[in-house]
Each structure stands twice: as structure tokens, then as C-alpha cells.
Design a protein around this ligand. Structure first.
Ligand SMILES: [Fe+2]
Length: 309
């Protein structure tokens, strides 16, 4: 079943925060639940302060003249900017903009999704200055193929990947495709993607896993769940029949829209759009309000054994 496009949030706004009805925390919990069940929460404008001068600066740069990686990234926990090199004044300004965006989003999420406040692991913020349509990227790096997110270097151990996006483009929407919910996807494809093999907890397979960590072939602390999700990301991108045949929903996020989504559960593809800011937070299993909807629980049910302990 395809999800509805999104839930437009009308009781939380920049400047005033919660309307009186949200003050008791019940609305915050309800929004957490919707997100965890695979809905996208939509704001027509950023629900936090995003200075016009910052937006204009990001739009005015000659991004092709600055040396860039896939995205510009900012790590709030260490105050480090990566993925771009150029003159020091420009880099400094860019650093300041991403630092402020991260700070604003973190404060907003702590208020708006109160059940998660301070229980998250802060992940990266990013700026995406390139047009997504027609980008020349290797298959597993392509953004325009449907996938669920999983980070090779940052296992979540069952935690969920919450992302906050803002479309900075003054005229063009950012266009996504999404498809049915995670449960439907997993029930259809998890076995073919190797869940049975990965969930195998025989002594021999544990020894192999331990050896892999020692040799640096596996990220330390990666659980069978993390291993499966990494493979599932690639499996979905490689699966032409799925990419072409699955039921899709096209979402157009207009200029200045801000949206929140658990991208480990909602399969998504960025089809077109240029200039977006994004902040990621990892929500640990203990902070979830609907743990049964978490991908690790859905996969454990299918596999018939624990995947994160
Ligand atoms: Fe993604």
C-alpha cells in the first residue's frame, strides 16, 4: 500500500513553537509515531530560523569552481566541515552557515519531537548544491534509485535514521519518488536480499564476523541488522525489476519546504532538485515510541531471531 504524500504540520511554527494544544506533549508523541510508521512530516516553510543571507550565500556560489565531493558535510559533534575546498573566507562562511543550520534543526527537533530530545546520536548535516537529475554517479551512489538509507561507517544497531531536509531552491521543487512501507518491502524482498544468511547465528558464523572486525573488513559494532541494511540498500538499487515495476508516489517539495522522514524505513529516490540542506539524527531503539514499527523489529519477525543484540 502506498503511503499518503505527507502530513502537513499545522500546530507548530517558527517563532511561536507549539500551538497551545501541543503544549502537553501528546501531539509531539503523535508526530513521532507517524514518522516511525513511515509518514513524512511537511512544513511549507522552515519551522526554525534560517537567515535569508545564508540562503542567498549558498545560492550565489560558483559550486563548480569549488572542489566538492558528493555533498558538503558538517559534523556538529566535532564542528568539522568536509567535502569542499576553496578560499578561506568562503569556506569559513559555509562552515558558519552549516553550523547554524545544525544548531537550529537540533533545537527544533528537541522541541517538536520531544520524546527524542537529547536521546539521539547527532549525525552529519549536509548541503547538496548539485542538480539531482542526470547526475553521473556510480550505481550504489545514485540518489535517483529507490533505496533505504544505511551508513557503512556509522552502524545504528537498530537505531533509526531521522533526516530533516530543507529545499533552498527559490523556484524549483525537490522531487522524490517513494514506494510502499518498509514492512511490505521487507516481506517481499528481505529473503532474496540475504536476510536468512545474515541472521544465521551459528558458532561458525560468529567466528567469521569477529574475524572480519579484527581484519577491519567490518565496522566495529556492526550488528547483523546493520549488515543486512547495508546490503539491502545495494540490493534495491541493483534490482531493475523492483526499480521499474514497483508502485511509486511522486512528491514535489516546493521552495523552502522542510520535511522530516525516517529514511531507513521509507524507500526514497531524489529525482530532481538543486540546493538542499539536511541534518541527520540517529534515534536509538529505547527512544522510539512505536518500536514495533522499526525496521529491525520487522526484520527480526521475518528472520525469527534477534538481529541487534
Ligand atoms: Fe537516501
Amino acid at each position: 500500500m502506498a503511503q499518503q504524500a505527507w502530513i502537513a504540520v499545522d500546530d507548530y511554527k517558527q517563532g511561536t513553537g507549539w500551538a497551545p494544544s501541543g503544549g502537553d506533549g501528546e501531539r509531539a508523541r503523535w508526530y513521532c509515531e507517524q514518522l516511525e510508521r513511515g509518514e513524512i512530516l511537511f512544513f511549507p516553510e522552515p519551522p526554525f530560523d534560517l537567515p535569508d543571507a545564508d540562503r542567498e550565500f549558498l545560492l550565489q556560489q560558483e559550486w563548480s569552481a569549488l572542489r566538492l565531493h558528493k555533498n558538503v558535510s558538517y559534523r556538529p559533534t566535532e564542528d568539522i566541515l568536509r567535502g569542499v575546498s576553496g578560499d578561506a573566507v568562503t569556506i569559513d562562511r559555509l562552515h558558519g552557515i552549516l553550523k547554524n543550520y545544525a544548531k537550529q534543526v537540533i533545537r527544533f527537533v528537541g522541541e517538536f519531537l520531544r520524546p527524542y530530545a537529547d536521546r539521539w546520536i547527532l549525525d552529519l548535516a549536509s548541503f547538496r548544491p548539485f542538480e539531482e537529475q542526470g547526475r553521473d554517479l556510480a550505481l550504489h551512489k545514485r540518489n535517483d534509485l529507490l533505496h533505504v538509507d544505511s551508513f557503512p561507517s556509522r552502524p545504528t544497531r537498530g537505531g533509526r535514521i531521522l533526516r530533516v531536509f530543507t529545499n533552498l531552491n527559490p523556484t524549483k521543487p525537490r522531487v522524490w519518488n517513494t514506494t510502499g512501507d518498509f514492512s511490505a518491502l521487507a516481506n517481499k524482498y528481505a529473503s532474496d536480499a540475504g536476510l536468512g544468511r545474515i541472521a544465521d547465528d551459528s558458532p561458525a558464523s560468529r567466528i567469521l564476523h569477529g574475524l572480519g572486525e579484527k581484519l577491519g573488513l567490518r565496522a566495529r559494532g556492526r550488528t547483523p541488522y546493520d549488515t543486512f541494511m547495508l546490503g539491502f540498500h545495494d540490493y534495491l538499487k541493483e534490482n531493475t525489476a523492483f526499480q521499474e515495476g514497483c508502485e511509486k508516489k511522486r512528491l514535489e517539495f516546493p521552495p523552502l519546504a522542510t520535511w522530516l522522514v525516517f529514511t531507513d524505513g521509507v524507500a526514497h529516490a531524489a529525482m530532481s532538485g538543486q540546493y538542499a540542506l539536511e541534518q541527520t539524527l540517529l534515534i536509538p531503539p529505547q527512544a522510539l515510541v512505536t518500536p514495533d514499527a522499526a525496521p529491525y523489529r520487522i526484520l527480526e519477525k521475518i528472520a525469527g531471531r534477534p538481529l541487534v543484540s
